[in-house]
Write a protein of this length. Structure first.
Length: 209
Protein backbone atom coordinates (compact mmCIF):
# COMPACT_ATOMS: atom_id res chain seq x y z
CA UNK A 1 0.00 0.00 0.00
CA UNK A 2 1.33 3.45 -0.91
CA UNK A 3 2.23 5.53 2.18
CA UNK A 4 0.44 8.81 2.79
CA UNK A 5 2.50 11.65 4.24
CA UNK A 6 1.91 15.07 2.68
CA UNK A 7 -0.29 15.60 -0.36
CA UNK A 8 -0.53 18.80 -2.39
CA UNK A 9 -3.19 18.42 -5.05
CA UNK A 10 -6.29 19.81 -6.72
CA UNK A 11 -9.44 19.44 -4.60
CA UNK A 12 -12.73 18.70 -6.36
CA UNK A 13 -16.04 19.83 -4.82
CA UNK A 14 -18.92 17.36 -4.50
CA UNK A 15 -21.57 19.26 -2.49
CA UNK A 16 -23.90 16.28 -1.98
CA UNK A 17 -25.00 14.55 1.23
CA UNK A 18 -25.59 10.82 1.71
CA UNK A 19 -23.45 9.77 -1.24
CA UNK A 20 -23.76 5.98 -0.96
CA UNK A 21 -21.44 3.27 -2.23
CA UNK A 22 -23.81 2.35 -5.08
CA UNK A 23 -23.52 5.93 -6.30
CA UNK A 24 -19.73 5.76 -5.98
CA UNK A 25 -19.47 2.47 -7.89
CA UNK A 26 -22.72 0.85 -9.19
CA UNK A 27 -23.33 -2.88 -8.78
CA UNK A 28 -22.65 -3.74 -12.44
CA UNK A 29 -18.98 -2.91 -11.90
CA UNK A 30 -18.53 -5.33 -8.99
CA UNK A 31 -17.73 -8.38 -11.10
CA UNK A 32 -13.99 -8.03 -10.63
CA UNK A 33 -11.80 -8.61 -7.59
CA UNK A 34 -9.02 -6.51 -9.12
CA UNK A 35 -8.41 -3.04 -7.73
CA UNK A 36 -7.63 -1.54 -11.12
CA UNK A 37 -9.87 -0.50 -14.00
CA UNK A 38 -12.67 0.69 -11.73
CA UNK A 39 -12.20 4.42 -12.37
CA UNK A 40 -14.41 4.12 -15.46
CA UNK A 41 -17.34 3.14 -13.26
CA UNK A 42 -16.72 5.78 -10.60
CA UNK A 43 -19.89 7.88 -10.11
CA UNK A 44 -21.19 6.25 -13.30
CA UNK A 45 -24.80 7.39 -12.94
CA UNK A 46 -23.73 10.96 -12.22
CA UNK A 47 -21.32 11.01 -15.16
CA UNK A 48 -23.31 9.10 -17.80
CA UNK A 49 -26.87 9.31 -19.15
CA UNK A 50 -29.06 6.32 -20.12
CA UNK A 51 -27.63 6.33 -23.65
CA UNK A 52 -24.08 6.11 -22.31
CA UNK A 53 -23.19 9.70 -23.14
CA UNK A 54 -21.14 11.76 -20.73
CA UNK A 55 -22.98 14.31 -18.63
CA UNK A 56 -21.39 17.32 -17.00
CA UNK A 57 -19.73 16.13 -13.82
CA UNK A 58 -17.09 17.76 -11.69
CA UNK A 59 -14.42 15.04 -12.09
CA UNK A 60 -14.70 15.27 -15.90
CA UNK A 61 -14.16 19.03 -15.91
CA UNK A 62 -10.66 19.93 -17.19
CA UNK A 63 -9.85 21.66 -13.90
CA UNK A 64 -10.54 18.51 -11.88
CA UNK A 65 -9.51 15.52 -13.99
CA UNK A 66 -6.28 15.31 -11.97
CA UNK A 67 -7.95 15.91 -8.59
CA UNK A 68 -6.60 13.80 -5.73
CA UNK A 69 -8.71 15.39 -2.99
CA UNK A 70 -12.51 15.26 -2.80
CA UNK A 71 -14.59 17.64 -0.66
CA UNK A 72 -18.00 16.10 0.06
CA UNK A 73 -21.13 16.40 2.21
CA UNK A 74 -22.32 14.52 5.29
CA UNK A 75 -22.51 10.73 5.55
CA UNK A 76 -20.23 10.03 2.62
CA UNK A 77 -19.91 6.34 1.73
CA UNK A 78 -23.17 5.16 3.29
CA UNK A 79 -25.07 2.15 1.97
CA UNK A 80 -23.56 -1.28 1.33
CA UNK A 81 -20.12 -2.25 2.56
CA UNK A 82 -18.54 -2.81 -0.87
CA UNK A 83 -14.78 -2.32 -0.80
CA UNK A 84 -14.93 -1.54 -4.53
CA UNK A 85 -15.95 2.01 -3.54
CA UNK A 86 -12.55 3.05 -2.17
CA UNK A 87 -10.90 0.96 -4.90
CA UNK A 88 -12.68 3.00 -7.59
CA UNK A 89 -11.80 6.32 -5.93
CA UNK A 90 -8.17 5.29 -5.59
CA UNK A 91 -8.05 4.04 -9.18
CA UNK A 92 -9.20 7.50 -10.31
CA UNK A 93 -6.46 9.07 -8.19
CA UNK A 94 -8.34 10.22 -5.09
CA UNK A 95 -6.07 9.93 -2.03
CA UNK A 96 -8.01 12.08 0.44
CA UNK A 97 -11.70 12.73 1.12
CA UNK A 98 -12.83 15.55 3.40
CA UNK A 99 -16.40 15.56 4.72
CA UNK A 100 -18.34 16.32 7.91
CA UNK A 101 -18.99 12.60 8.46
CA UNK A 102 -18.53 9.17 6.89
CA UNK A 103 -20.28 5.81 7.07
CA UNK A 104 -18.26 3.61 9.44
CA UNK A 105 -17.48 0.69 7.09
CA UNK A 106 -16.49 2.96 4.21
CA UNK A 107 -14.34 5.02 6.60
CA UNK A 108 -12.49 1.89 7.75
CA UNK A 109 -12.08 0.60 4.20
CA UNK A 110 -10.44 3.86 3.15
CA UNK A 111 -7.60 3.40 5.63
CA UNK A 112 -7.09 -0.19 4.48
CA UNK A 113 -6.57 1.05 0.91
CA UNK A 114 -4.32 4.06 1.46
CA UNK A 115 -7.01 6.77 1.33
CA UNK A 116 -7.15 9.37 4.10
CA UNK A 117 -10.75 10.21 5.10
CA UNK A 118 -10.90 13.41 7.15
CA UNK A 119 -14.02 14.14 9.18
CA UNK A 120 -14.18 17.77 10.23
CA UNK A 121 -16.70 20.45 11.22
CA UNK A 122 -19.37 21.63 8.80
CA UNK A 123 -17.99 25.16 8.71
CA UNK A 124 -14.53 23.86 7.83
CA UNK A 125 -15.97 21.74 5.04
CA UNK A 126 -18.00 24.70 3.77
CA UNK A 127 -14.84 26.81 3.62
CA UNK A 128 -12.88 24.06 1.85
CA UNK A 129 -15.79 23.45 -0.53
CA UNK A 130 -15.81 27.12 -1.47
CA UNK A 131 -12.07 26.95 -2.06
CA UNK A 132 -12.44 23.80 -4.20
CA UNK A 133 -14.99 25.51 -6.42
CA UNK A 134 -12.30 27.87 -7.71
CA UNK A 135 -11.28 25.36 -10.34
CA UNK A 136 -7.67 25.61 -11.46
CA UNK A 137 -6.69 27.37 -8.22
CA UNK A 138 -8.36 24.77 -5.99
CA UNK A 139 -5.14 23.36 -4.54
CA UNK A 140 -4.89 22.11 -0.97
CA UNK A 141 -2.05 20.60 1.02
CA UNK A 142 -2.94 17.80 3.42
CA UNK A 143 -0.18 17.29 5.98
CA UNK A 144 -0.83 14.02 7.79
CA UNK A 145 2.14 14.19 10.22
CA UNK A 146 0.99 17.65 11.39
CA UNK A 147 -2.74 16.74 10.98
CA UNK A 148 -3.39 19.97 9.08
CA UNK A 149 -5.04 21.07 5.84
CA UNK A 150 -3.45 24.15 4.25
CA UNK A 151 -5.36 26.30 1.80
CA UNK A 152 -3.86 28.01 -1.23
CA UNK A 153 -4.12 31.39 0.50
CA UNK A 154 -2.69 30.38 3.85
CA UNK A 155 -5.70 29.17 5.87
CA UNK A 156 -5.17 26.13 8.08
CA UNK A 157 -7.66 23.49 9.29
CA UNK A 158 -6.56 20.98 11.93
CA UNK A 159 -8.07 17.50 12.06
CA UNK A 160 -8.13 14.50 14.37
CA UNK A 161 -7.15 10.96 13.47
CA UNK A 162 -6.71 7.74 15.40
CA UNK A 163 -2.96 7.30 16.16
CA UNK A 164 -2.90 3.68 14.97
CA UNK A 165 -4.58 4.51 11.66
CA UNK A 166 -2.21 7.45 11.23
CA UNK A 167 0.76 5.13 11.78
CA UNK A 168 -0.55 2.67 9.20
CA UNK A 169 -1.08 5.37 6.54
CA UNK A 170 2.29 6.99 7.15
CA UNK A 171 4.02 3.63 6.73
CA UNK A 172 1.80 2.20 3.98
CA UNK A 173 0.57 -0.70 6.13
CA UNK A 174 -2.67 -2.53 5.39
CA UNK A 175 -3.81 -5.54 7.45
CA UNK A 176 -1.39 -7.86 5.63
CA UNK A 177 1.43 -5.37 6.02
CA UNK A 178 0.77 -5.12 9.75
CA UNK A 179 0.97 -8.91 10.03
CA UNK A 180 4.14 -9.18 7.94
CA UNK A 181 5.82 -6.56 10.12
CA UNK A 182 6.04 -9.42 12.65
CA UNK A 183 7.31 -12.02 10.17
CA UNK A 184 10.41 -12.72 12.26
CA UNK A 185 8.24 -13.62 15.25
CA UNK A 186 5.99 -15.76 13.02
CA UNK A 187 9.04 -17.61 11.67
CA UNK A 188 10.36 -18.15 15.20
CA UNK A 189 6.99 -19.50 16.36
CA UNK A 190 6.73 -21.89 13.41
CA UNK A 191 10.30 -23.15 13.95
CA UNK A 192 9.63 -23.77 17.65
CA UNK A 193 6.35 -25.49 16.84
CA UNK A 194 8.11 -27.83 14.39
CA UNK A 195 10.63 -28.71 17.09
CA UNK A 196 7.90 -29.45 19.65
CA UNK A 197 5.51 -31.20 17.26
CA UNK A 198 7.49 -32.46 14.26
CA UNK A 199 4.54 -34.59 13.10
CA UNK A 200 2.71 -31.35 12.16
CA UNK A 201 5.39 -30.53 9.59
CA UNK A 202 4.08 -31.16 6.02
CA UNK A 203 7.44 -32.78 5.23
CA UNK A 204 7.18 -35.21 8.13
CA UNK A 205 6.94 -38.86 6.91
CA UNK A 206 3.58 -39.33 8.64
CA UNK A 207 2.13 -36.33 6.76
CA UNK A 208 3.45 -37.48 3.38
CA UNK A 209 2.01 -40.97 3.74
Amino acid sequence: MQPFTTLTAVAAPLPMVNVDTDMIIPKQFLKTIKRTGLAEGLFHELRTDEQGNRKEFVLDHPHYTSAQILIAGQNFGCGSSREHAPWALLDFGIRCIIAPSFADIFYNNCFKNGILPIATHDDHVDRLMEHAQRGANATLTVDLPAQEIHGHEGGVVSFEIDPHRKHCLLNGLDDIGLTMAHDHRIDAFEAARRDRHPWHDPEHPDQRA
